[in-house]
Write a protein that binds this ligand. Structure first.
Ligand code: 9MR
Length: 355
C-alpha cells in the first residue's frame, strides 16, 4: 500500500518510524477497519492505560460494564454509571463503542436467576431490559452483541434461563428465542448493528455450521441480524487459520459483517508468571498476524478487537488459576510485544484485493 507523502520523512533518517508503521489505530483507519479492545472502567484512572488505549484503538467495548450483573443490581434498578463512563471516554477520544451483551445464560444477578419467574415474567423482564438499555445508549453504541454464546459444542441451543429454564415462552423451539430477542432489539434501536457473538466456533465444525444455518435462516426470513462476532480466545498453538478464513467467507457471503470480538492468545506460564517456553511469543505473534491478515482479506470483516490490551489486566490469569497468561499485545508495563508488531505490520499492509 502506498503511504501518504510525508515532509517529516525528509528530515529524518528513520523513515519507517515516522512515516511507516505508526499506531494500530492509524493503520486501522487507513485500512478502513475498526481496531478495538475490551475496557474496564476501574482502569481509566491509570495514565499508562488511558494513553495506550486512546493512542492505539479506534473502538472499545465494556468488558463487563454493560452486562446484567453490573447494570441490574436489583429488579427495579438500572445502574448505567460504569457503562456511561466508558462511553464518555470513547466520545472524548473519537472512538466507537460496541455494546456487550444483552442476553447471556451466564453471570446474571441472583435476583433474576433464583426468583423462579414464569416464562411470561421473564419475557417481560428481558424485553424491558433490552429496550431500556438500547434506548439509553442509542446513538452512542453502534453495534450490540444481542445474544452471547447460546450454542453448545454440538451446535445445539444451550439449556438456559432464557431458552428453556424456563425460557421466554419459546422453549423447545431452537433458535426461535434468539430470533425474538433480535426483533426486540431492532425495535429498541433501529440504527444499531445487531450481532450474535459466539465462542469456539470460529473455524469449521458443528458449532459454526449451526451459526451459519441460523444466519442463513434469519436472513431468508428477514430477521434483523447484521453480524457475527467471532470471539477467538485462542489457547492452542495449532490454529487452523484457513478454516477461520473459510468460515468468514461463508458468513460474509450471507450478507452479515464479521467482528473479531475477543481476540487473545494465551500462553503457559510458571508460578511467578514467567513464560514456560520463551519462544512462544513468536508463535503468538504469528497467530495474531494470521488473524488480522485473514480479516483484512474480506471486506465484510469490519472490526478486530482484543479482550483487553495489556497483560496487566486480562481475564486469563484468574480464569486459568494463573497457569496461563501473556495473552495480549502489550506486556504488563505497556511495552509492545512481538504480537503488537505483527498486528501493526499486518494492518499496514492494508486490505488485499476484495474477493
Ligand atoms: O473477561 C470477562 C471477565 O472479566 C468477567 O468476569 C466475565 C463475566 O462477566 O466475563 C468475561 O468476558 C467474557 C465475555 O463477556 C464473553 N466471552 C467470554 C469472555 C471471557 O470469559
Amino acid at each position: 500500500m502506498l503511504k501518504r507523502f510525508c515532509w517529516s520523512c525528509i528530515l529524518t533518517l528513520s523513515f519507517a518510524s515516522v512515516c511507516g508503521a505508526q499506531t494500530l489505530r492509524q493503520e486501522a483507519d487507513n485500512a478502513s477497519l475498526l481496531v478495538g479492545t475490551a475496557v474496564r472502567p476501574a482502569q481509566l484512572s491509570e495514565t499508562a492505560y488511558v494513553s495506550t488505549l486512546a493512542r492505539e484503538f479506534n473502538m472499545l467495548e465494556a468488558e463487563d460494564a454493560m452486562k446484567w450483573w453490573i447494570l441490574r443490581p436489583d429488579a427495579g434498578t438500572y445502574d448505567f454509571r460504569q457503562g456511561d463512563e466508558i462511553v464518555r471516554f470513547a466520545q472524548a477520544h473519537q472512538m466507537k463503542v460496541r455494546g456487550h451483551c444483552l442476553v447471556w445464560a451466564q453471570y446474571n444477578p441472583k435476583w433474576l436467576t433464583q426468583a423462579h419467574f414464569t416464562d411470561r415474567q421473564l419475557a417481560h423482564l428481558l424485553h424491558e431490559h433490552i429496550t431500556k438499555v438500547m434506548k439509553h445508549y442509542a446513538g452512542e453504541v453502534f453495534a450490540w452483541d444481542v445474544v452471547n454464546e447460546a450454542l453448545d459444542e454440538h451446535g445445539n441451543v444451550r439449556d438456559s434461563l432464557w431458552y428453556n429454564r424456563p425460557g421466554i415462552g419459546l422453549q423447545g423451539e431452537g433458535t426461535a428465542y434468539i430470533e425474538r430477542v433480535f426483533r426486540w432489539a431492532h425495535r429498541a434501536d433501529k440504527h444499531a448493528l445487531l450481532f450474535y457473538n459466539e465462542a469456539e466456533g470460529e473455524g469449521l465444525g458443528r458449532k459454526s455450521d449451526a451459526v451459519y444455518a441460523m444466519v442463513k435462516d434469519f436472513k431468508q426470513r428477514g430477521v434483523p441480524i447484521n453480524g457475527i462476532g467471532l470471539q477467538l480466545h485462542i489457547s492452542k498453538p495449532d490454529v487452523d487459520i484457513a478454516a477461520i478464513a473459510a468460515n468468514i467467507a461463508r458468513l460474509t457471503a450471507l450478507g452479515v459483517q464479521i467482528h473479531v470480538t475477543e481476540l487473545d492468545v494465551s500462553l503457559p506460564v510458571d508460578s511467578s508468571g514467567g513464560l514456560l517456553h520463551p519462544d512462544d511469543v513468536n508463535r503468538q505473534a504469528e497467530i495474531y498476524r494470521g488473524i488480522v491478515q485473514t480479516c483484512l482479506q474480506y471486506p465484510g470483516c469490519t472490526a478486530i478487537q482484543t479482550w483487553g490490551f495489556t497483560d496487566k489486566y486480562s481475564w486469563i490469569g484468574s480464569f486459568s488459576r494463573h497457569t496461563r497468561g501473556w495473552a495480549l499485545p502489550f506486556d504488563r508495563n505497556y511495552d509492545p510485544k512481538p504480537a503488537y508488531r505483527a498486528v501493526l505490520d499486518a494492518l499496514s499492509a492494508g486490505r488485499s484485493v476484495p474477493r
